[in-house]
Ligand binder design. Structure first.
Ligand code: 2PG
Length: 239
């Protein structure tokens, strides 16, 4: 049985401020760092010894990975960063306060933007200085790959090829590994691995800094649990 751990980054400054974050590179809060360390300690207690690690190019996920691996005394394992594991791009909602958006547009509309499978938020204008086309870390991406907004469906479209080409072959060879990423890039992976329907994925939430340990038979989940039981969320059934 191979073990795959999915960890959403610890609490970020904009999680605390209740702002849509997406591709903005905000850091962890002190609480977020503590959550990441605790996640690492729980993984150590569970005897988890990953051979490889994967993360996004956003510091809240990268630093969560570092803090986790420090607790595991495995900072030496190979790691790989990819923009394909980034949070979904939140378009024109980026930086806006979630409660203020509810007050302006209504709870139903905001829920559709946040959790519907295939309705993206309105796009970020191309001349917005926060647009990824101005960010050197995305300089190698083609114009068609640079998002101005993303639904969960579009997020899955760029997460899945990376998972299949780069991560899945390692799992299929029996290597335990950890992916430190984001609420919605991990929801996309959960949707794919657990074969969750487009309607059902609306109800899947990922808690910050709480490792989700998945036992795999090949690529099929046979058991899954959050290690911090007090902050666990409901999981879809194993397929
Ligand atoms: O703002 C974001 O980027 C994400 C994760 O914090 O928010 P949500 O949970 O609303 O999709």
């Amino acid at each position: 049985m191979t073990r795959l751990v999915l960890t959403r980054h610890g609490q970020s400054i904009w999680n605390l401020e209740n702002r849509f974050t997406g591709w903005v590179d905000v850091d962890l809060t002190d609480k977020g760092e503590a959550q990441a360390r605790r996640g690492g300690a729980l993984l150590r207690e569970a005897g988890f010894a990953p051979e490889l690690a994967f993360t996004s190019v956003l510091k809240r996920a990268v630093r969560t990975l570092w803090l986790t691996l420090e607790e595991l005394d495995r900072v030496w394992i190979p790691d790989q960063k990819s923009w394909r594991l980034n949070e979904r791009h939140y378009g024109a909602l980026t930086g806006r306060n979630k409660q203020e958006m509810i007050d302006e547009h209504g709870a139903e509309q905001v829920k559709v933007w946040r959790r519907s499978y295939d309705t993206p938020p309105p796009p970020m204008p191309l001349d917005d200085e926060r647009h990824p086309r101005f960010d050197p870390r995305y300089a190698d991406l083609g114009a068609s790959e640079l998002p101005s907004t993303e639904s969960l469906a579009l997020t899955l479209e760029r997460v899945e090829p990376y998972f299949r080409s780069t991560i899945a072959p390692e799992l299929e060879q029996g290597r335990d590994l950890i992916i430190s990423a984001h609420g919605n890039s991990l929801r996309a992976l959960v949707k794919m691995l657990f074969k969750v329907g487009d309607e059902e994925i609306v109800h899947v939430e990922m808690p910050t800094g709480n490792p989700l340990m998945i036992e795999l038979d090949g690529l099929r989940p046979v058991e899954a649990a959050y290690l911090d039981e007090d902050r666990a969320q409901d999981l879809p059934p194993c397929p």
